[in-house]
Ligand binder design. Structure first.
Ligand code: SF4
Length: 326
């Protein structure tokens, strides 16, 4: 695991992400195979510590094993072997209960699940209804229990992570969750809350101006709440905001706000160049990293301390190149 350069890593404890074990190349699938995902093993794995879990193998079902499927009511399905029709739900539930308790101590800041799996899939998992009709509205039993127990922890599946925007958003949320979790762990005070909210200002704005204002109001009225209540309310809204998709338009709005901090200090040619790069980004000619690189250069040149600490400028390790897509 490599330390993320330029990214505010709150302390030395590594960022832990839960992951379906087969995605790391472990031979735990029902057929004795794996589904190694090179982005996870070769790229993301350099920056995080994995917490690998295979619910089926670790629940004692063996590898290889008979394949299973979800059966029954899509909201509360059973996990049943396809040929011999054995109901494995109780074994899996027993394992899940113990595992989730231990994950509390592991402090995972995210989870990447294997798509379509009756144990690990987070959405659109096939379910055979009581009428024998297949529908794709199921959620894997372990994944569902995880999401219920840790509602704020970002989750994705490896299929969705193939989309560059979803990948960036997920990793951004993982780092943000971790910072928020550290804030809670060290004890929320009004001052700490204001500081936390301030450094996330432009990142939140890039997701939702409305939610950014709502979070600001909450922090402004922090004195009305007990610390636990405040952290629950803020954490919930904070993670909800970050889950909202950014758009080119929202980014352009934020970029113009940032330019406002040093516009008067730029000469006419530099100003034209910078606004031109933002416009190129707006028109889809260059990726977000282009205007951001120029802005970061001016933040350093003019030593704009308020912007230097903004998470928006370094939400995750540069080496992951998550903002390089047009
Ligand atoms: S999808 Fe989940 S249960 Fe299936 S092999 Fe991978 S980790 Fe194990």
């Amino acid at each position: 695991m490599t330390r993320a350069k330029n990214t505010p890593a709150p302390n030395d404890i590594p960022i832990r992400i839960g992951v379906s074990r087969c995605l790391l190349g472990e031979l735990v699938r029902y057929d004795g195979g794996h589904r190694r995902d090179p982005f996870l093993t070769d790229v993301l794995g350099q920056y995080v510590e994995w917490v690998p879990i295979c619910p089926e193998a670790e629940a004692g079902m063996g590898t290889p094993r008979e394949p299973m499927q979800l059966v029954g009511d899509p909201r509360t399905p059973r996990l049943v072997t396809i040929e011999t029709r054995r109901d494995m739900s109780t074994s899996l539930d027993r394992f899940t209960e113990q595992k989730l308790a231990s994950l509390e101590l592991d402090d995972v800041s995210g989870y990447i699940f294997k798509k379509n799996s009756p144990s690990c899939g987070i959405e659109q998992v096939p379910v055979i209804t009581r009428q024998g009709r297949p529908v794709r509205t199921g959620v894997g039993l372990f994944a569902r229990a995880f999401m219920n127990r840790f509602p704020l922890v970002p989750v994705e599946d490896e299929g969705r992570l193939g989309d560059p925007a979803i990948r960036e958003n997920f990793i951004e949320r993982v780092f943000c969750y971790r910072r928020f979790h550290d804030l809670v762990r060290t004890g929320i005070t009004r001052q700490a809350m204001v500081r936390f909210h301030t450094v996330h200002k432009y990142l939140l704005l890039a997701h939702s101006p409305q939610y950014y204002i709502a979070l600001g109001r909450l922090v402004g009225h922090a004195a009305r709440y007990r610390p636990k209540e405040l952290s629950a309310k803020y954490g919930d809204l904070f993670m909800q905001t970050l889950a909202m998709r950014t758009t080119v338009r929202k980014h352009v709005n934020v970029l113009h706000h940032l330019v406002g901090y040093f516009k008067t200090r730029l000469g006419a040619p530099e100003k034209i160049e910078l606004l031109g790069v933002i416009d190129d980004y707006h028109r889809g000619l260059v990726p977000l990293i282009a205007p951001l690189t120029l802005i970061k250069h001016y933040v350093r040149t003019f030593d704009v301390s308020y912007l230097r600490d903004q998470v928006y400028l370094h939400p995750h390790p540069n080496e992951l190149m998550l903002r390089n897509h047009a």
